[in-house]
Design a protein around this ligand. Structure first.
Ligand code: ATP
Ligand code: MG
Length: 247
C-alpha cells in the first residue's frame, strides 16, 4: 500500500525568527522532534498527548501551514485535503454562501457552488439553516457547517484539531457521527484528528499516536493502545497518560 503521507525525521521549531530557519537553532525548543511516520489511505489516526505535546503543530504541518525545519514530508500526488479547527471561523455571511465560497475559490461557477453547498448542508442535516447568518449559529451548528464546507471540497484526507473540544455532549455526538460518516463514505477516506477525549478516540480511531514534548512515543492500533498491559509494556509514558486522563 502506498502512503498518503510520509514524515521522515521531521523537526519543527516555532517562535521568533523560526519562519526563516533553514537549520536547527539550539536556542529554540522543538515543537516536533524527529517525527517519522506514514499514514495510509483509509486509516483513522488519533493524535493524543498532553497540552503542548505537538498535536496541533503536527496537523498544521500535514496541512502545509508549517514547513519542517529539518527532515522531509512527502504527500501523495494530487492529495485533496481539508482541515477543521477547534473553533471554526465563520465569515459575516449566510451559511450557504459560506459553504459555497470554498467551492467557488476552488474554481466552480457561483451558481454551481451554491447548489453543491446546499447538497453539503443537507448531508450534515443543516439545510433549514442555509439562509441564516453563519455567525448567529451555535458552536455545534458552526462546527457542522465547517464540516459541510470541508466535505464539499471532496477531500480524501480530513484533518481535525480537537473538533469537539468546546461542544456540549449532544453537539459532540453529532460532529462525531459526521466524522464517522465521512470515514465510511469511501474506503480511501482518511481521518487524522487530535483529541483529548479518549472515549472519542476509542469510538473513531483505528490507530493512536501518542506525543510527548514533540516526540512520537507510541504509535499503535487502537485496541493495543487501550489494552493496559500492552500499553504499559510498549510505552509506560503513554500508559501513565491514559491512566491520568481516565482518573
Ligand atoms: N507560534 C508558536 N511559537 C512558538 N512556540 C509555539 C507556537 N505554537 C506552538 N508552540 C509550541 O509548540 C509546542 C507544541 O504546541 P502545540 O500547539 O502543537 O501542542 P498541542 O499538543 O496541540 O497542545 P494542546 O493540547 O494545548 O492543543 C508547545 O510547546 C507550544 O508552546
Ligand atoms: Mg492543540
Amino acid at each position: 500500500m502506498t502512503a498518503l503521507i510520509a514524515l521522515d525525521h521531521v523537526t519543527v521549531q516555532l517562535g521568533v525568527g523560526a519562519r526563516n530557519l533553514t537549520r536547527l537553532d539550539p536556542n529554540l525548543l522543538c515543537s516536533l522532534s524527529e517525527v517519522s511516520m506514514s499514514v495510509n489511505a483509509g486509516e483513522r489516526v488519533a493524535l493524543v498527548g498532553a497540552n503542548g505535546s505537538g498535536k496541533s503543530t503536527l496537523l498544521r504541518l500535514l496541512h502545509g501551514l508549517l514547513q519542517p525545519t529539518q527532515g522531509q514530508i512527502t504527500l501523495s500526488q494530487n492529495l485533496r485535503q481539508a482541515m477543521l479547527f477547534q473553533r471554526p471561523h465563520m465569515l459575516r455571511m449566510q451559511v450557504n454562501h459560506y459553504v459555497a465560497l470554498g467551492l467557488w475559490l476552488g474554481g466552480l461557477a457561483w451558481s454551481q457552488a451554491k447548489t453543491q453547498a446546499m447538497d453539503a448542508l443537507t448531508r450534515v442535516g443543516l439545510q433549514d439553516l442555509a439562509y441564516r447568518k453563519a455567525r448567529t449559529l451555535s458552536g455545534g451548528q458552526q462546527q457542522r457547517v465547517a464540516m459541510a464546507r470541508a466535505w464539499a471540497l471532496g477531500p480524501q484526507l480530513l484533518l481535525l484539531d480537537e473538533p469537539t473540544a468546546s461542544l456540549d455532549p449532544h453537539a459532540k455526538a453529532e460532529v462525531e457521527s459526521l466524522m464517522q460518516a465521512f470515514a465510511e463514505e469511501r474506503s480511501e477516506h482518511t481521518l487524522i484528528f487530535a483529541s483529548h477525549n479518549l472515549g472519542q478516540v476509542k469510538r473513531l480511531a483505528t490507530r493512536v499516536v501518542y506525543l510527548e514534548k514533540g516526540r512520537v512515543l507510541a504509535d499503535l492500533p487502537v485496541h493495543q493502545f487501550f489494552d493496559s498491559a500492552v500499553l504499559q509494556a510498549q510505552c509506560p509514558a503513554a500508559h501513565f497518560f491514559v491512566k491520568g486522563e481516565v482518573l
